[in-house]
Design a protein around this ligand. Structure first.
Ligand SMILES: N[C@@H](CCC(=O)N[C@@H](CS)C(=O)NCC(=O)O)C(=O)O
Length: 215
């Protein structure tokens, strides 16, 4: 069955790979599943046809036969459950890998998004300079324990899993802030993720969309 995902017609990051279709592309590349991409404009994302797929009018979505789902956590979990390569066979190890997916999305990503929003949307506010260090410290509050837990391991719990895919994807959003470099083992962890051939294929595919002449 053909897998179709949606992605921005033009990503606001210009192809840096931070739009969330990259995580889904990466998961599909890791498990070796071909997929098609339907590009959507910001306007189309808010129209009924897309809202039927994604109630919040966002990307990515995922369709496979009669199935239509949204939310990158649910999509990557679905891929990992249905195709081998992203979750261990052992039930306990599998539960721990899933735990890391949730930790990435639910515990680590929120303060990172808050920082991104502050840097992008609040720069002109009179309280920006005063607030920024507070927001950065909330990110450090997640990075420090993550760094301690990772230690000198390559991945969070044994072999690379969907948990690492999600955690690396979330941490990549920090690059512009410089905060990641305060934790050399996390910076190396992210670099290991980025060095995976599947990540590179996913990154190149989204870049090709964003570098294509506007049409
Ligand atoms: N929690 C959602 C977040 C989806 C999301 O924020 N998508 C962004 C692109 S990365 C989007 O569509 N933004 C446009 C908008 O919200 O109007 C997920 O993980 O899929």
């Amino acid at each position: 069955m053909t897998i179709t995902i949606t992605a921005f017609e033009r990503s606001p990051d210009g192809g840096k790979g931070l739009a969330r279709d990259t995580r889904v592309r990466w998961a599909l590349e890791e498990v070796g599943q071909p997929y098609e991409v339907r590009l959507v404009s910001f306007r189309a994302m808010k129209e009924p046809a897309h809202l039927a797929l994604h109630p919040f009018g966002q990307i990515p979505t995922y369709q496979e036969g009669a199935l239509a789902i949204f939310e990158t956590g649910a999509i990557v979990f679905h891929i990992a459950e249905h195709y081998p390569g992203l979750l261990p066979q052992d039930a306990d190890a599998r539960a721990r890998a899933i735990t890391w997916m949730f930790a990435a999305l639910n515990t680590v990503e929120p303060p990172i998004l808050e920082l991104g929003n502050a840097r992008l949307l609040e720069r002109d506010k009179p309280w920006y300079a005063e607030r920024l260090p507070l927001v950065e410290d909330r990110v450090r509050g997640r990075l420090a324990p993550l760094s301690t837990r990772l230690g000198d391991a390559d991945w969070l719990d044994g072999p690379f899993s969907a948990g690492d895919l999600m955690m690396v994807s979330v941490l990549l959003r920090l690059r512009a802030s410089g905060l990641l470099d305060e934790y050399p083992n996390l910076a190396a962890y992210v670099a290991r993720g980025e060095a995976r051939p599947a990540y590179n294929r996913a990154f190149d595919a989204q870049l090709a969309v964003n570098k294509a002449p506007a049409g």
